[in-house]
Design a protein around this ligand. Structure first.
Ligand SMILES: Cc1ncccc1N[C@H]1CCCS(=O)(=O)C1
Length: 105
């Protein structure tokens, strides 16, 4: 049911935030400090924004939550070179997330 799904979302988000490769994704990208980001990335997303949406009951179910998590990694892949530090962190986080939520299915 949706309350247990939301408990799963909280748990997954906590694990993502605790991951050693989470540092690029913990707060919104400062588009004033990152040239081109505002123009290129149409729907910015980060873990702190997801936590705020989760705690304010914005997510109706697991799939809307997973969609925002994947937006974080899709934005990362679009903007960052694959072999950059941030690009590699995004790839590691995506692999970790996919492994964890599929284990919960
Ligand atoms: C995810 C991402 N994509 C593109 C550029 C920057 C970022 N993240 C930044 C978040 C704040 C700290 S940082 O400035 O080192 C990295």
């Amino acid at each position: 049911d949706s309350s247990s799904e939301l408990a799963v979302c909280h748990m997954l988000l906590a694990e993502l935030e605790a991951h050693r490769c989470a540092w690029p994704f913990l707060t919104p990208v400062n588009h004033k400090a990152v040239p081109g980001y505002k123009k290129v990335i149409k729907r910015p997303m980060d873990f702190s924004t997801i936590k705020e949406k989760l705690t304010s009951n914005h997510y109706l179910n697991l799939e809307t939550f997973i969609a925002d998590i994947n937006l974080v990694f899709d934005n990362c892949k679009k903007f960052n070179e694959d072999q950059s530090e941030i690009g590699k962190a995004g790839y590691n986080m995506k692999r970790f997330f996919n492994k964890r939520w599929t284990e919960l299915l």
